[in-house]
Design a binder for this molecule. Sequence first.
Ligand code: FPP
Ligand code: MG
Length: 301
Amino acid sequence: MQRVIEEMVKLRVGLSSEAQKMAEGLGGGKMLRAKLLLHIAPHHPLSPRIAAIIEFIHAASLLHDDVIDEARLRRGLPSVNALYGNKSAVMLGDILYSQAYSALAEHDPFLITTIAKAVVALSEGELADVRLSQEYHEDESAYMAMIEGKTAALIEATAVCGAFLAGLPIEPFALYGRNLGLAFQIVDDLLDVTQDEATLGKPAMGDLAEGKMTLPYLIMVQKLDDNEKVRFRALHSRALDQTEASWIKEIMLSRGVIDETTARIRWLGQQAMEALANAKIDDSLMAQLQKIMDAMTQREF
Ligand code: FPP
Ligand code: MG
């Protein structure tokens, strides 16, 4: 990972001192995308550079996402929009994104197109997230399509770029990446309900307050009677007090919502590994990709 961090520093050096200062607190995340690419194509000399470019794009998308979600915290620290305001955060996102693109333009058209298409999909996914958050809904397929864009597209593109650099078959890695990305977002959505603010590094149960009907809530509403549903709908899109939050958590635990969500995550993990199994990937890479899946799906924050 050191090589990826060095490449990220190189990308940052090209920016103005103002942008560099604002970008100081960024990074320090899980760097899932970089790890994934390095595991798939560990020996290719371009892997750290492409991984750094993808992490820059991811960071840009989070800067914009925190403005959209009005988030004050990111990874336990004040978000860039909280520190410098929305206008500066949007512009820093544009700067990181454009810097990543100018670096990417030096590389193979396959890599450029794969990543560019993923950014279109992630932006479309975020647009759908905004639309879906504006009203209460119970549409699971709309939620799945939205997270496939918002989160899975860039993770899928990362796996595809890795396979391309390593000379491995593209399609199984695309499927692995897509299912890893879907599982990753559902874990994120589950942790939002089950963990506290100190563990998450952002307010707990923030999704419902932001109007987001994530998978745990979509499964939960199917288990409510008419009266409970009226009570639940009144909690949508607003901050919850302790009693309301406990009521939701109690239902999620006692009616198997957490278990069903976890089972869905596990199923996506299996789908991902099966896609690779059919392509006869060598054993040590299979073991590493299983480890990434386990780390991402069994995490606590
Ligand atoms: C986090 O979702 C958001 C994303 C994974 C993608 C956001 C994408 C954009 C804003 C499109 C713009 C992209 C570029 C490159 C300019 P979340 O809000 O569910 O997660 P969180 O709880 O970590 O905020
Ligand atoms: Mg957000």
